[in-house]
Design a protein around this ligand. Structure first.
Ligand SMILES: [Zn+2]
Length: 501
């Protein structure tokens, strides 16, 4: 929120937040690829002293009652789950540039008007398509075994007829960097590091560099291919795909992930001193340039239509599953929140703009195209939903400069934190980081326009069981936790749309 409010509540943190003050910074946790373990200590999910009703004060802002009333209405007759069902039924897997992606764009443009959104349009985005093709990965020795495996997004395929080589195992990216070229040359490097389960998803940040970087590091040592243990927390035979990239000037070798149980089998053989030979046949290839779109719709502001509260999620998904959790859930959360605001009294005073971004998974082309087209428009706040169907459990606010001290919430944001407290959502003093799709707008100039962002943090304990797998399907979506996350985001978005002097 950019303009100042008339609020004059006491400049102290709510008592239920006190237990969290002074905790280590969470900046960069969640889906970030840059955080360190030390910055990502797990936390309790809710304050033990969380209130059961919204704490009110005499000098509360006039919009607080309206937000509380809309939150109460949105506790019933929600359609969040139905939006996920509708999208996944209509479009299914929707990797950028694929036929499913085009179906998803069509779904978005025809669905938004039915939810009360206006100014609905599909803004074209050029994407680089990647095609998986047929794939098959087999253990040849010590005993025949078909691996549950999937090429990583962006990988090249194997030569015609496939390739076969002995495995050499390392248990971290650091160990891979230290591997001797004599051991790597002509072999398939198996990078075997397990991802840790955590509510804030910090295990992802710790392990996902393996997915992105292993192929080029191994290629530099003379390896012919890379297999990684899936970056995922489940114990099922669903491999987790996801983006990888090749460094300039090094050979491009095929890269695939194997499921956690398959990685366990490979590790047992190698630890027992057995020679493991694997045969890969990957049909992955570049599909050339293709057209996609950011799908945009709005609830126009009554007083300041030029000022924008941006609600983002991504419309594309990986190809293995049906993109229900990642990010059908996020699309549904922002659409349902907008549907409630379209019926709200009073109307949002600023414009609430929903953007379903193209190509988050394999290049962020949609996020960049949006920033290029809209960076001159005043964006007062950005919120992104891209962490599945988990309940909301924390709020991070962009008010660092306005806080009485770094560990106490500002008067501007304190009413919003109090509205969320009975939902079990705790305010965290950490800096919000938005999400990947808000990055190009949130970035400091000259790259971005420093759009303020807030995080409605969802519980990611289970998210990485499903993430980027064939098991990312509607059946796995939890209706109640999805609605909980929607109501929390709705509260923040509606407050931001009303909090005008
Ligand atoms: Zn996502």
């Amino acid at each position: 929120m950019r303009t100042s409010s008339s609020l004059r509540s006491s400049r102290t943190a709510a008592p239920w937040a006190a237990a969290y003050l002074g905790a280590s910074a969470l900046l960069g946790c969640g889906a970030s690829t840059t955080n360190t373990p030390a910055a990502c200590e797990p936390r309790a999910s809710a304050a033990p002293t969380a209130p059961t009703t919204v704490e009110r004060r005499p000098d509360d802002p006039p919009w607080m009652e309206a937000v509380e009333a809309l939150m109460a209405r949105a506790a019933h007759d929600t359609q969040t789950y139905e939006h996920v069902a509708s999208l996944t039924d209509a479009a299914g897997p929707r990797l950028a540039g694929s036929p499913g992606d085009a179906l998803a764009v069509a779904w978005g443009t025809r669905t938004m008007p039915t939810l009360g959104l206006t100014n609905v349009r599909a803004e074209p985005v050029t994407v680089r398509a990647w095609v998986r093709g047929e794939e098959r990965v087999d253990v040849i020795a010590p005993v025949p075994h078909r691996l549950a495996a999937a090429a990583l997004g962006g990988s090249v395929g194997t030569p015609p007829g496939g390739l076969e080589a002995e495995l050499v195992r390392v248990t971290s990216l650091e160990a891979l960097r230290a591997l001797s070229p004599e051991l790597a040359a002509g072999r398939i490097v198996f990078v075997d590091q397990r991802m840790a389960r955590a509510q804030d998803g910090h295990g992802y940040g710790e392990t996902v560099p393996i997915r992105g970087q292993s192929a080029s590091i191994a290629a530099g040592l003379g390896a012919v291919a890379v297999i990684i243990r899936s970056v995922g927390t489940d114990q099922t035979r669903f491999p987790h795909t996801g983006a990888m990239r090749y460094a300039e000037g090094l050979p491009q070798i095929p890269a695939a992930a194997v499921s956690n149980p398959d990685a366990d089998v490979l590790a047992r053989w190698i630890e027992a001193g057995q020679t493991v030979r694997v045969r890969l046949e990957l049909g992955a290839h570049d599909g050339g340039e293709a057209q996609s779109a950011n799908v945009i719709g709005e609830v126009p502001g009554s007083d300041h239509p030029e000022e924008i509260v941006l609600l983002g999620a991504h419309l594309d998904s990986w190809d293995l599953g049906r993109g229900a959790v990642d990010d059908g859930a996020g699309c549904a959360i922002v659409l349902e929140a907008a549907r409630w605001m379209a019926t709200a009294e009073p109307r949002p005073r600023r414009t609430v703009r929903v953007v379903l971004f193209a190509n988050e998974e394999n290049g962020l082309a949609g996020a960049r195209a949006y920033a290029a087209a809209h960076r001159e428009e005043p964006h007062v706040l950005g919120l992104e939903a891209d962490f599945g169907d988990g309940r909301a459990w924390a709020l991070r606010t962009p008010d660092l400069a306005d806080r009485p001290d770094p560990g106490a919430i500002s008067p501007r944001w304190d009413p919003i934190a109090r509205l969320l407290a009975p939902m079990g959502v705790v305010w965290q003093p950490d800096e919000p980081h938005g999400g990947a799709d808000l990055g190009p707008m949130h970035a400091a100039p000259p790259d971005g326009v420093a759009m303020p962002v807030a995080d409605v943090v969802q519980d990611g304990t289970r998210y990485f069981d499903l993430h980027h797998t064939a098991n990312d399907v509607l059946t796995e979506v939890d209706r109640d936790s999805l609605d909980h996350a929607m109501r929390a985001l709705l509260a923040v978005a509606y407050a931001a749309s009303l909090d005008v002097e």
